[in-house]
Design a binder for this molecule. Sequence first.
Ligand SMILES: *[C@@H]1O[C@H](CO)[C@@H](O)[C@H](O)[C@H]1NC(C)=O
Ligand SMILES: *[C@@H]1O[C@H](CO)[C@@H](O)[C@H](O)[C@H]1NC(C)=O
Ligand SMILES: *[C@@H]1O[C@H](CO)[C@@H](O)[C@H](O)[C@H]1NC(C)=O
Length: 609
Amino acid sequence: MRITSSCIALLSLYAQRIVALSDVILVKESVEVPEGWVKVGRANVGHTLNLRIGLPQPNFGLLEQHLYEISDPHHERYGNHLSKEEVEALVSPHQTSLDSVDQWLASHGLREIQFTRSPAKDWVSVKVPVAVAETMLNTTFYLWKHLESGDLVVRTTMYSLPRDVHDHIDVIQPTTIFARWKAMATTLHRPGHGDFFKEKSKSKLGAVDVDLSCTEAITVKCLAQLYKTAGYVPKATNKNGLGITGYLEQFANFADLRSFYESQVPEAVNSSFTFFSVNGGLNNQTLDEAGEEAGLDIQFAFGLSYPTPGTFWSTGGRPPFIPDNTAPTNDNEPYADWLDFVLKQGKIPQTISTSYADHEQTVPEAYARRVCRGFAQLGARGVSVLFASGDGGVSDGNSDPKTQQCFSNDGKNTYKFLPMFPPSCPYVTSVGGTFGIPEVAVPFSGGGFSYYFAQPPYQKSAVASYLSKLPPGHYDGLYNREGRGFPDVSAQSYPFQTWWKGEALLLGGTSASSPVVAAVVALLNDARLAKNLPPLGFLNPLLYSKGVNGFNDITEGNNVGCGTLGFNVRLSCLGLQSLTFPYFKATAGWDPVTGLGTPDFLKLKKLFT
Ligand SMILES: *[C@@H]1O[C@H](CO)[C@@H](O)[C@H](O)[C@H]1NC(C)=O
Ligand SMILES: *[C@@H]1O[C@H](CO)[C@@H](O)[C@H](O)[C@H]1NC(C)=O
Ligand SMILES: *[C@@H]1O[C@H](CO)[C@@H](O)[C@H](O)[C@H]1NC(C)=O
């Protein structure tokens, strides 16, 4: 910052005050380490951290108001999406925050030339050695190991800031974040799930006009029949797009996609997708390194929406890393990196699906709020953002029943349902799972209520109606009645005929459901763009109002979690035997298992175009 001579006197007055205030250091954030991590030892002081500092967005409330107005089909501004510049203006920080943070960084010898800023200047990143970060944040960084995977991260459980910058910083990461963002693809031959599928596949097809083989394996054709996209010919492929995100070095393999197309979508066999590498994300086309999750996602999303142009982003940043390497690695906050990348683009695919999530409680709240606001920015720009709702029912999202847990990690070990983030963010559309024909809720379908995010206005009446049907006091204390309920919608999740490493393989999970709904949304956007209407953008206010009648309401089945043997032993220790096998049930109307139901493309097209 340049200082003019006329300011010097004034500044020296302030300087005395600043020095005095800087002496006062206050805790900014403090977390409990989630179960499954152990402290290995002090972090190497030379290890480089890429600190991302989020400055407050004082006008975010206004952005949210715009978002709700332009996404409400009954509002006169419906569809008037904002430009990149308009959104940036609404999330930019006050100049006083910028100055205050710059001054603080300068006091640690850090200068503008070392900073990377987001276009709105609401994020500033700077690479510093652990030793410097420890001084800046009055903390000690340790090396932590994730027991199950062996992954290593450099983290702390608390950091502090001088009082005079406290209000000018929302969040600094990576510091306290222990989330693992695991992919939610699940294989067919897992104990438990294979059994319920066999049971279900005996059921009759009923009135639904779908091939008999769809009770054995779900293909693109099954989904097109079931959700009524069969026969629709996309017309706006010059304007429309569908994007899939990949994390944790999941490579989307071109050869597997081709094999998949040869067997399921022959007309698409010569088509491909656009690849973007984010933050060093790899694109290894060696067949034996193809990702299951990436393969499942792109094959069904692009296959069902063909010939809508597809995009795949591979975002880097996966543990393990070499802890004494001084190169910055392993930020392990991939959504922020991806949002950074995509929000800088002038043109973004109108529909984006992500099949990764973690327990909300392992994501520090301040960070979750900032990431969620990033999704709101996409919505305001006319992008529909979809997330798989998780594969653990009401439990911690761990699809292996043996290790499913329902305990808080706030140090109190409170027994409660565990929602998933980002599906719990109110600005995304969260997709749960169904299976069988006719469709019922799939037991692993993630659903419940956020502890971080309040119930958004668009779903208040739908959620109230669900809650009013529960017996009085039902599961009181196990979930947050006032929280954002999820999922919003659902789709088939099991078992999908996918190609992986050169072979056909059955895969499942809400990982499969989200790309399917995204493909249907992309086709709805196609129909709108072909009529020169704006894309659907943020979907939820539309889905919960005008859209309700365009979904097949799923009224049978329930999700599971917190009900396994190991769990019940812990429960009885707590004197809670009567609460064994708690779950939510699918009901008429919205429910926290299947949301509003599965899409009927023809009905939705009629309602939305
Ligand atoms: C700063 O660090 C010191 C030494 O670790 C500690 O005793 C003190 O409580 C910390 N202060 C704050 C506000 O975090
Ligand atoms: C794909 O490309 C090959 C070789 O150019 C061509 O023979 C074939 O007809 C194409 N298939 C489709 C479905 O376009
Ligand atoms: C990528 O592919 C090459 C071979 O082309 C291989 O040697 C390498 O180990 C692969 N994996 C990664 C993560 O780069």
